[in-house]
Design a binder for this molecule. Structure first.
Ligand code: ZN
Length: 340
């Protein structure tokens, strides 16, 4: 009897099933009413009384072991079967994944960066908290200059003045101070103004400023570069128009308009029936600015331009209220899903 128990124990230990059917065979062979374990229990009745305790214990161990093995095998096949079902049922609907959308200002910023990268402009960034020199003085706007009134900002410290930058031209000053020409870079970034918040003005917005400094850079290069940008951004038919203007850091200076992409110049309410949309300021870098930044203005010349990303986005996507950009209203933001 003991030998039979031992033999069965070995059989249980070494048993391996490769299908659910084999597990069932194992159950019938050992644990069903007429199975081998049952047979041994029948045989137990004939065991001599003095051996009963020892044999009985072994028999119980055998039964438990067989049951444990069966449970383990069942579990294994059931769980793997579930796994297979999940993998194989291709008719199940996919789980919905919400991917959100890029912010419209990021979309347009990336487009602008991409357009200028294609003609060799690098991207440069700088601090949003600036000293007076980099934000104003180096850019030909000394402390008593009236142009400062148009760019009132938030002061972190007075005397010496530390401010939230009013323009990303400050990044260009850093570039000119630290890089030898030729310089060809655009500086996208957030800027600040002390303005009452309304549909048309905000205390923060985004700019992209461009700078190109080399030998023999002329106004014709500026015009051609901006023409290329306008066509890439607003379409092949786009025309540009330069109007004389004034900025402290450029001489000569101009405002650039693009032909209205909605009415193609015929006049509509977006362009206020002029056929033109103002999008940026530009000009030849003032020789004083070059000298302020340690560049020989007799040897080098350059052009600079700057535009508001909000303004370009407003024209491209017809966003009428500036505040929408900063309110994080999902109803507004999800409209840009397809523009990723
Ligand atoms: Zn128009």
């Amino acid at each position: 009897m003991k030998e039979k128990i031992e033999a069965l124990l070995n059989e249980i230990d070494s048993f391996k099933a490769s299908s659910k059917e084999q597990v069932e065979e194992f159950r019938i062979k050992l644990l069903s009413k007429k199975g081998k374990v049952g047979e041994l229990f029948d045989e137990f009745k004939t065991v001599a009384p003095e051996l009963r305790k020892e044999v009985g214990q072994k028999l119980n161990d055998l039964k438990n072991k067989a049951q444990d093995k069966l449970n383990a095998l069942k579990e294994k096949f059931e769980s793997s079967e579930e796994g297979n079902d999940k993998e194989q049922d291709l008719t199940l609907p996919a789980e919905a994944v919400s991917i959100g959308s890029r912010h419209p200002l990021s979309i347009v910023r990336n487009q602008i960066v991409d357009i200028f990268a294609r003609i060799g402009f690098t991207v440069s960034e700088g601090p949003e908290v600036e000293d007076d020199w980099h934000n104003f003085s180096a850019l030909n706007t000394p402390a008593d200059h009236p142009a400062r009134d148009m760019q009132d900002t938030f002061y972190i410290n007075e005397n010496p003045d530390i401010v939230l930058r009013t323009q990303t031209s400050s990044v260009q000053v850093h570039m000119m101070e630290n890089t030898k020409p030729p310089i060809r870079t655009i500086s996208p970034g957030r800027v600040y103004r002390n303005e009452a918040i309304s549909a048309r003005a905000h205390c923060q917005f985004h700019q992209v400023e461009g700078l190109y400094i080399d030998k023999h850079v002329s106004f014709a290069d500026l015009k051609q570069t901006l023409m290329y940008f306008a066509k890439e951004m607003f379409g092949e038919k786009t025309q540009i128009r330069l109007r004389p203007s004034f900025f402290p850091f450029t001489e000569i200076s101009a405002e650039m308009d693009v032909s209205c992409s909605l009415c193609e110049g015929a006049g509509c309410n977006v362009c206020k029936y002029t056929g033109w949309l103002e999008i940026m300021g530009c000009g030849m870098v003032d020789p004083n600015v070059l000298e302020n930044c340690g560049i020989d203005s007799k040897q080098y010349s350059g052009f600079a331009f700057g535009m508001g990303i909000e303004r370009i986005t407003q024209i491209k996507y017809r966003v009428k209220d500036l505040r929408l950009y900063f309110e994080n209203d999902v109803r507004f933001l999800k409209q840009f899903k397809s523009a990723l």
